[in-house]
Write a protein that binds this ligand. Structure first.
Ligand code: DON
Length: 319
């Protein structure tokens, strides 16, 4: 398939000392003090701000890591990329393009303006409205089945059973007016595919799944490997769905800073307000970093710096 590593590509990475590059990035950025934990979800303000870990998982299943790689944060919006990938795999690329949309909004991740100006059509599965609509499209007759499938999907991408941080879930569920309004607005435009409030609730649970940097890197490496988890060898999705998912990550993974990110790295990625970012180098590796303090757009400051540095040093920008 498209994702099989050509000998020349594999060679290119082999010539580099991945461990040394991870170390350099860690040392270079570990004391950066810019940014601030998300606090619009109250529980996120309590996560230690100095957490910092970076992990690479290659398509051959090699794991490289540095820093706090077993500490967990909530996955938040990083989940959107993987749920999108699974739903594309299930219903097809045309269906998701039609039912949800695949246009970058250029707006903040919970923008209502972005919905309103296009009657809900020019959005994508990586901003809150498109993500809730995508969750509403997950297989399952009722909310129990849909949640079961969402959880299984994230577990398969990570290759282990992930926990839910119920404190994070409760803190967000008790203060969820904006996402509820977003889902009702989409419903008014005929673009929600299951009960809007239940869909918002499942999406909120999905965002409260706990992951460490290694989990995120394994999840990324599964996309890098055409949908097969390189550690568990499970076929989570097919390569075709992977290609479409990575394209949306390239245009919209870092919200209103997605353009800048792609400009500097050339690599599809997805961030979350828990402080995680995962980036995917197709045919080579998944890389993830976790560091809770965020910039204005809601992206982890240190994770961005570290992943950008490593991608450049390893020379993997495909453009
Ligand atoms: O819906 C929300 O606002 C959060 N559960 C997730 C947002 C998020 O992670 C955006 N990330 N940068």
């Amino acid at each position: 398939t498209f994702f099989i590593v050509s000998p020349s590509q594999a060679q290119k990475l082999k010539g580099k000392n991945i461990e040394a590059v991870l170390n350099e990035a860690y040392i270079k950025y570990k004391d950066v003090e810019e940014g601030k934990n998300a606090d619009y979800i109250k529980e996120l303000a309590n996560v230690p701000s100095d957490l910092f870990g970076i992990v690479i998982v290659t398509v051959e299943g090699k794991v490289y890591s540095i820093g706090d790689v077993t500490d967990e944060v909530s996955i938040q919006s990083v989940s959107k990329a993987f749920i999108m990938a699974k739903v594309i795999d299930e219903i097809g690329a045309d269906s998701i393009a039609h039912a949800v949309g695949v246009e970058p909004t250029g707006e903040v991740f919970n923008s209502i303006t972005a919905i309103e100006r296009s009657k809900g059509k020019k959005i994508n599965p990586l901003v809150n409205p498109g993500a809730i609509a995508t969750t509403s499209l997950m297989a399952g007759r009722d909310s129990v089945q849909k949640w079961y499938n969402i959880r299984n999907t994230l577990n398969s991408f990570a290759g282990r059973d992930l926990d839910i941080d119920w404190n994070v879930y409760n803190s967000e569920a008790n203060d969820n007016k904006r996402n509820q309004a977003i889902s009702m607005l989409l419903l008014s435009y005929g673009r929600m595919y299951f009960d809007p409030l239940q869909s918002t609730d499942i999406y909120t649970k999905q965002c409260a799944v706990s992951v460490n940097a290694k989990d995120l890197a394994v999840m990324g490496s599964t996309l890098a490997n055409g949908g097969t988890n390189p550690l568990s060898h499970e076929v989570v999705i097919l390569p075709d769905a992977t290609q479409h998912a990575l394209s949306v990550m390239a245009t919209s993974g870092l919200y209103d800073d997605a353009g800048k990110w792609l400009f500097y790295t050339g690599i599809p990625a997805k961030s979350g307000v828990g402080g995680g970012i995962v980036a995917v180098v197709p045919g080579k590796f998944g890389i993830a970093a976790i560091a809770p303090p965020l910039d204005e757009a809601g992206n982890s400051v240190k994770a961005k710096l570290a992943i950008h540095y490593i991608i450049e040093k390893l020379g993997v920008n495909p453009y």
